[in-house]
Design a protein around this ligand. Structure first.
Ligand code: F6R
Ligand code: MG
Ligand code: MG
Length: 369
């Protein structure tokens, strides 16, 4: 029998400003999910916050897009948003963009990463949760994990990984998708996913004939577009991802190695700036400097018949101190550009922020030259 891991997240309000989720809210989410666990709707759960986002990690046997599981997440977010309003938290209810639930949370505001697969005799998974950035921020690290031999030694030396992987890439503007295989189509893959605001890796699959079933994903990323739902800027789509590891997949250390380089991602202050992605322990999962910098936390688990053994706070290690130090050097450098590109996002991407409202006022004052 297959297991489903669902990570569903929403920003339903935070303290102070857009910095972090208070304990009262996480406790309420835990209470709701515990009730569902007692009723047997889910097998297990954990609640996290990535900065101002509330993440529900749930295991169950109901498959992806289950109305019951999505409904549970929706009701949990609604209850948390109510509490957030009571506490007058900042931007209470922010990501709950629609009133009524109709089958699943996609298109309603929350972000979703979920996958159904056959649990192996030992099944390590890492849940990554980011704040102050967008789904494309996962393109580079997911590529590194599953396609870059300079990151993942197993691609070269493990016969069960040597054949490579398949990537499902979404064009989030045109709502289309394409499957590409690595290593043979690596350059095509990079041609797309280098444009991380438009092409995002949605899932990774094993190839046919390997150790793992080719139709069961080994990684999945949330790709919801809040802007398209709301029609105006309501914050970035701070993304989450689930990655399976070991035994024919990248080792846990190869999965984490992909975050040792603090690459530039878009988001940060007002969802309008490029800045480095900083891997941090859970206790630093709050945004401070210039509402950032963009951050990622990693929760490591072993699955045990759907039960979650863990979490292990994977970035809580001096091994990532240098990355954090480097990230802060990059912050200092790029911040000195102030309102100039490429710190500020390119003009086309500013379309999804509050800048057009400012530019509109100037329209009438332009004269022909
Ligand atoms: C970025 C983010 C924050 C806000 C900023 C302004 O995703 O959430 O940087 O954009 O704090 O917020 P408002 O306009 O609510 O004062
Ligand atoms: Mg917020
Ligand atoms: Mg956020």
């Amino acid at each position: 029998e297959k297991i489903t891991v669902s990570v569903i997240k929403a920003d339903i309000g935070s303290v102070a400003g857009h910095s972090t989720v208070p304990d009262e809210i996480k406790a309420l989410a835990e209470k709701k999910l515990n009730e569902a666990k007692e009723k047997g709707i889910i097998i297990d759960f954990r609640v996290f916050n990535a900065g101002d986002d509330l993440e529900l990690v749930m295991t169950h046997r109901k498959g992806v897009d289950s109305e019951e599981i999505h409904g549970l997440a929706w009701e949990t977010f609604k209850a948390c948003a109510e509490k957030a309003k009571e506490l007058k938290l900042y931007a209470a209810g922010q990501d709950l963009l629609k009133e009524a639930f109709s089958g699943n949370v996609r298109g309603l505001g929350p972000g979703v990463a979920e996958m159904e697969f056959t649990e192996r005799p030992a099944e390590p998974i890492i849940v990554f949760m980011m704040d102050k950035t967008e789904p494309g921020a996962f393109n580079l690290p997911i590529f590194r994990m599953f396609a870059d031999p300079f990151n993942t030694a197993g691609l070269v030396i493990d016969p069960s990984m040597h054949q490579g992987f398949r990537f499902e890439v979404w064009d989030i503007k045109e709502h289309k998708r394409v499957m590409l295989s690595t290593p043979e189509e690596m350059y095509d893959l990079l041609a797309l996913i280098g444009s991380k605001g438009r092409y995002v890796i949605k899932r990774v699959y094993p190839k046919e004939g390997g150790k793992l079933p080719a139709d069961e994903p080994v990684a999945v990323v949330s790709t919801e577009k809040l802007f398209e739902i709301a029609g105006e800027y309501v914050g970035k789509d701070d993304p989450v991802a689930i990655v399976r590891a070991q035994s024919g997949l990248p080792a846990v250390g190869e999965v984490l190695e992909a975050f040792a380089f603090p690459h530039l991602v878009s988001g940060w202050m007002r969802g309008s700036h490029n800045g480095p992605l900083m891997p941090v322990p859970f206790r630093y999962s709050k945004c401070t400097r210039f509402d950032g910098p963009p951050r990622v936390i990693a929760a490591g688990f072993q699955l045990c018949n759907g039960k979650l053994i863990g979490p292990v706070d994977m970035f809580d290690d001096p091994a990532f101190d240098y990355t954090r130090q480097k990230a802060m050097e990059i912050c200092d450098y790029i911040r000195r550009h102030g309102p100039f590109e490429p710190h500020r996002l390119p003009h086309e991407e500013m379309e999804y922020t509050t800048l057009p409202k400012v530019l509109k006022k100037l329209e009438a004052r332009f004269e022909k030259i």
